[in-house]
Design a protein around this ligand. Structure first.
Ligand code: URA
Length: 189
């Protein structure tokens, strides 16, 4: 499928959900449904948990403190942010940045995330943090044990790593995030 076709399909997917109220988050004060951004034909897809305050205000994923760290790590790994596709399991900010409820994650991933993956068809998915990993696997998972270890989401290679917010709290783990992202990049076909 061409990049233009993927772009059109993504726009078509997003259109009916710009004011989504399919799960509780739609009525709890969120401003924007943060669909995700980047190359519609990306070989690497990066998936976080849910938008925070900055992302909700601007309608773009990973643009706050965690996002700045993610962008820096991508650059260090020789990856241009605009070459990847960045999104979240849940597209609306949970109140007070609480973890998404299971029903919110389930609704959102079935309506949007899984379809985004089907359209983009990345070579590799990199999940950031436990919530994103569990969202893709569909069951509880220990990020400290699984990070850096290639696994699968359906037929796509999945490399889990830590969430940048965790690295901000534990800066000594920065090199792990970098290595995992490098590893994800090394698997691109
Ligand atoms: N944290 C996330 O998981 N996603 C964002 O978009 C921003 C912060």
């Amino acid at each position: 499928m061409t990049k233009e076709k993927k772009q059109a399909l993504l726009a078509q997917l997003y259109a009916p959900y710009k004011k989504c109220i399919e799960c509780p988050l739609g009525t709890l004060g969120r401003i924007n449904v943060v669909f995700g951004e980047g190359n519609p034909d990306a070989r690497l897809m990066i998936i976080g948990e849910a938008p925070g305050r900055d992302e909700d205000l601007k309608g773009r994923p990973f643009i706050g403190r965690s996002g700045k760290l993610l962008t820096t790590v991508l650059e260090l790994a020789d990856i241009r942010r605009e070459d990847v596709f960045i999104t979240n399991v849940v597209k609306c900010r949970p109140p007070d940045n609480r973890n998404p409820l299971p029903i919110e994650a389930k609704t959102c991933k079935e309506l949007l995330l899984f379809k985004q993956i089907e359209i983009i068809q990345p070579d590799v998915i990199c999940t950031l943090g436990a919530v994103a990993l569990e969202g893709l696997l569909g069951h509880p998972a220990k990020i400290s044990q699984m990070r850096g270890l290639p696994t699968k989401f359906k037929n796509t290679l999945l490399i889990p790593t830590f969430h940048p917010a965790y690295i901000l709290r534990n800066p000594s783990k920065l090199s792990i995030l970098y290595e995992d992202i490098k590893k994800a990049h090394s698997h691109l076909r």
